[in-house]
Design a protein around this ligand. Sequence first.
Ligand code: NAP
Ligand code: G4F
Length: 351
Amino acid sequence: MKRCFITGVTGQDGSYLAELLLDRGDEVHGIIRRSSSFNTWRIHERFQNQDGQKKFYLHYGDLSDGMNLVRLLREIQPDYIFNLAAQSHVRISFDIPEYTGEVTGLSTLRLLEAIRQAGLADRVRFYQASSSEMFGSAPPPQSEETPFAPRSPYACAKAFSYYITKNYRESYGMFATNGVLFNHESPRRGENFVTRKITLNLARIKYGLSDTLALGNLDARRDWGFARDYMEAAVLMLEHDYPDDFVIATGESHSVRELAEQAARLLDMSIEWNGEGRNEVGRDAKTGKVLIVIDPKYFRPAEVDHLEGDATKAKATLGWSPKTSFQDLIRMMVEHDARECSREAYTKRLQ
Ligand code: NAP
Ligand code: G4F
């Protein structure tokens, strides 16, 4: 049984990771922020009614509060620390660059220092949620050997976190590992990331809950995997004999346009594209109705055009490989969102 400490437990990855660890019989401690709206929906249903077997504990905390982190680590004495907390939205990082640098970058240093202050540097295993966004404009396929070329305040902050994690490994001999994860999605993905935005909003259109979906760059390509598969990799990294840096990816990329077409097909709609640039629209081929429009507010000041990872090292060293295909992932998300929208449409009809 391992005692695990997760920052970002209320997020997509944190909720899958907590489940995986609890299912193995581990004890899980997560930090949650006091926020104006209740933000525990991903973990609320799953872990609230503890059955006596599951050891899940939530503590108030914030990555910007170092003293609190030291106190929590002293009290909890974790074996594993997973640092998943971040301002994780790339587009939004251009609006709040300083805040993103503080939370997504500097806070990793704060947590690593808290580990030292709590006297845990010799025994704790630390996982840093690094990101394929750090590769930025570097051409695909990207692997552990690819030099970083970050294109956003978010990616720059993640690069700082990556290097400081490596630095604490080299300077203090800490077991500190970077998981450099390519995009991973699920029905629990935040609604303003492009996969979920598409599956949810096309389902809303299908059930008459909205009219159109506004998107930005349709031609960006991403390597999209399933979040739970990727959290399995995070656990394997901390169970490995030594700390290191690992790329986690499917090795396959698709454009935003292909993603929208695939999601629409699963909802029995077929998209036909007309026009160019900002005037391009996606119409329902059967009815001619406009389903998708372009809104420049979703363009980024600097875009990452093509991410496609090479996870050969993780496969060879950790024995990890993705279990879920792109098609199955999008199907899972569309089915989830269609169910939710159908229920909402039914309730509206009754009112
Ligand atoms: P997410 O759903 O946006 O979750 C982010 C988490 O960080 C939330 O639990 C959030 O808490 C927490 N958080 C934000 N600021 C905090 C602060 N100041 N103090 C404490 N907690 C704070 O992100 P995700 O998709 O699960 O990703 C997890 C991590 O992996 C992130 O670091 C992300 O940058 C990185 N990553 C993600 C991907 C991906 O494709 N998903 C790929 C590579 C790397 P609240 O609920 O209170 O907001
Ligand atoms: O879904 P996205 O916002 O994800 P992005 O920027 O790749 O970042 C995600 O993956 C990273 C790993 O590489 C994580 F580190 C990060 O935390 C986050 O989880 O956008 C994907 C692509 C972009 O090229 C974007 O320009 O989709 C394009 N896009 C087109 N229309 C859109 C939209 N993105 C969003 N969010 N919303 C749109 O309307």
